[in-house]
Design a protein around this ligand. Structure first.
Ligand SMILES: [Zn+2]
Length: 355
């Protein structure tokens, strides 16, 4: 059994995965911790587990943006939870080019915490960078319980590019004080004027693709997870081009990648999902994590492309209902464009997919 829970993480990501043969022998992976506020939801989720079960086979911090890392920092600060991890994947400053140099000391809260507490870190990579190997061959790693992970992002080049910008990017992410420290303000839902017209899906889907250029997003850890004949792609905020390159390397005969689930990169931004990428994938479950705050994700163009190029009768799972995604609930749109939109119930703090 596999359960993927897309936790409400404001404008960010936090994904709780459970897998195993029986309910009594479950393994767990946590991908990202969302924003500061996501910590409260995660804490409740963890406290619902008996103390002996508060173990993750893997924690992945996809990249340093506050909407992915801030909740993890809060989790680590809470010593009452008794959390343990077999491994943690995180690229700190020293991993950007595998040097021993340190970056801005006060900014590397997570690095400091992990090192001070002797917590296993990038063990699967012998403590080095989590990145696609130089030989470009797919790197497959197996977790306890038999979950296989194939790394799809980042490239070594993307990590190296981030190095000179590290401090600047940390300020931008809110991990260092600066003018745009997002993590100091916890957003609620953004609002937009109610829409009267249904979106023109065909013309939105034809919008030409312009790639994301954020260096932090480009450094995202993304991987294909395979378990029990099921395949899932977790993409952080990775570039569509990097994911496509990895798919082509994974399946060199240019056959499509069959997926049971795809966590759409970068909260459904139109800069991270392309027609080309979707055409290389066969999937009918697309997951989008965003409450619409700040960046107004997901973009209509991204949803239109998923509906148009992402396969017949695809299911789109949103972990919030917001002004930026509720239009896709429209029955006429769903019927005319052959897709299903799923939203959490009002009282829920996540949306769960069972595979
Ligand atoms: Zn993000």
């Amino acid at each position: 059994m596999i359960t993927v829970e897309l936790i409400q993480a404001a404008q960010g990501d936090s994904i709780w995965i459970e897998y195993g043969e029986t309910i009594d022998s479950l393994h767990r992976i946590l991908i990202d911790g969302g924003t500061n506020a996501t910590y409260k939801t995660l804490k409740k989720r963890i406290e619902a587990l008996p103390p002996f079960a508060r173990h993750f086979d893997l924690l992945v911090i996809t990249h340093i943006d506050a909407d992915h890392i801030a909740g993890v920092l809060k989790l680590f600060e809470d010593t009452t939870l008794g959390l343990t991890f077999s491994d943690i994947w995180f690229n700190g400053y020293k991993h950007l080019s595998n040097t021993t140099a340190r970056g801005v000391k006060q900014a590397e809260k997570l690095t400091t915490y992990l090192e001070q507490n002797n917590i296993p870190w990038n063990r699967a990579f012998q403590g080095k960078s989590v990145c696609i190997p130089k030989n470009n061959k797919p790197l497959i790693l197996t977790l306890d319980g038999g979950m296989e992970l194939t790394l799809f992002s980042p490239t070594r080049k993307a990590l190296a590019k981030l190095k000179p910008k590290w401090t600047k990017e940390l300020i931008k992410s809110g991990l260092l004080p600066g003018p745009s420290a997002l993590s100091h303000v916890e957003p609620t839902q953004s609002t937009r004027a109610p829409r009267t017209l249904l979106p023109d899906v065909e013309s939105l889907a034809r919008t030409s693709f312009k790639s994301d250029t954020s260096l932090t997003n480009g450094s995202s850890i993304a991987f294909l997870a395979s378990y029990d004949d099921k395949k899932m792609l977790f993409s952080g905020d990775a570039y569509a081009t990097t994911l496509l390159d990895s798919i082509k390397k994974y399946l060199p005969k240019c056959e499509p990648l069959y997926l049971d689930l795809f966590k759409v990169p970068h909260h459904g931004s139109d800069c991270n999902i392309s027609k080309q990428l979707l055409e290389h994938i066969r999937c009918n479950k697309y997951l989008i994590s965003a409450n619409g705050a700040y960046h107004h994700h997901p973009d209509d163009v991204a949803i239109a492309k998923i509906i148009t190029y992402g396969g017949h009768m695809s299911n789109i799972y949103f972990n919030y209902i917001s002004d930026y995604n509720q239009i896709w609930k429209d029955q006429e749109l769903q019927k005319n464009h052959c897709y299903h939109a799923h939203y959490p119930k009002k009282e829920d703090t996540s949306i769960t997919i069972n595979l």
